[in-house]
Design a protein around this ligand. Sequence first.
Ligand code: ADP
Ligand code: MG
Length: 331
Amino acid sequence: MSNTLISLEKVSLHYTEDARAGVTEIDFSIKKGDFVAIVGESGSGKSTLLKIIFGLLAPDSGEVFFKGRHLEGPHEKLIPGHDSMKMLSQDFNLNIYARVYENIESMLSNEDLKGKKQKAADMTKLLGIEHLANKKIVELSGGEQQRVALARAIITEPEVLLLDEPFSQLDALLKTQFRADLKHLCDHLGITIIMVSHDPVDGLTLSNKMIILKEGKLIESGSPEEVYANPSHIYTAKLLGNAFVLPAEEARVLGIRTKMNTVMIYPEWVQLKSGWSSRSYLVKEVFFKGFYEDLLLERNGIELIAINQKPGGYEKGDRVQVQLGRYLEFD
Ligand code: ADP
Ligand code: MG
């Protein structure tokens, strides 16, 4: 028995004649319990793909399957959106003058009133908003409202939770908390999560499968470790990390012998050494980042960024030696 939950076969949808306005021949599958991150630059088709998976948009061609069965599009159903899925929308969709517990309880039927109260209480506990249960939504911060919206989305126990840019309203601290909540949901409740984000860190941190979209096409997919460390495309490296991309002739200036057209280096692959040699680099700029520094280095007009793990050791104008621990070559 395969445990494939959702699969897409050559799914295309184009809003206009422009082939980039939409998605083209997307193929991939999702297993139960997966945390999938759909990543790509703005306009690459992420939201379109999510809406197709949910059944809010019907593909022009190709097909989506849920548990091996055709997934119905908006014209085939009375209420668009798959019954086993919930989408956490960016506008939260909360009744802002009602209380937190009312917003959450209203998702459940009245058949079992006691069970309903208990379930809503459990959910507020799970998401750490018990103390807010009697507050009105208008009295909450953006981050708190987002938790209530998440509680509403998952209290009906959907098999799949769809998230479109779930972190866009949160500051850094809340973002970290909310990431932990999602990870918890996926690991402990076994909910399959499909998340769209323009911030690659969200995908790298949370997902077990990343889908990289460029101009409506799926250009590669794999575990975060795979696609980060061994990207098949420079686009992916630039999207996920602080990749430095050098044409072959510039790479040769740095002592890299390559027969390919382009070389890509992440800052953490540039290892710093003290001392002087004929192959030294000039420290052009030091960017303090708290517990580390980015050093902008230059040699014969070619620039590179290196990470210095021990801030304070280098100054603008210093000379350093570097070892390129690793680099990738591209055509
Ligand atoms: P993303 O979520 O990655 O930013 P979208 O899926 O929203 O991208 O959009 C992909 C492309 O399709 C973009 O070029 C966008 O302008 C276009 N697009 C999205 N929605 C519509 C629409 N309703 N009508 C026409 N073009 C659209
Ligand atoms: Mg979008």
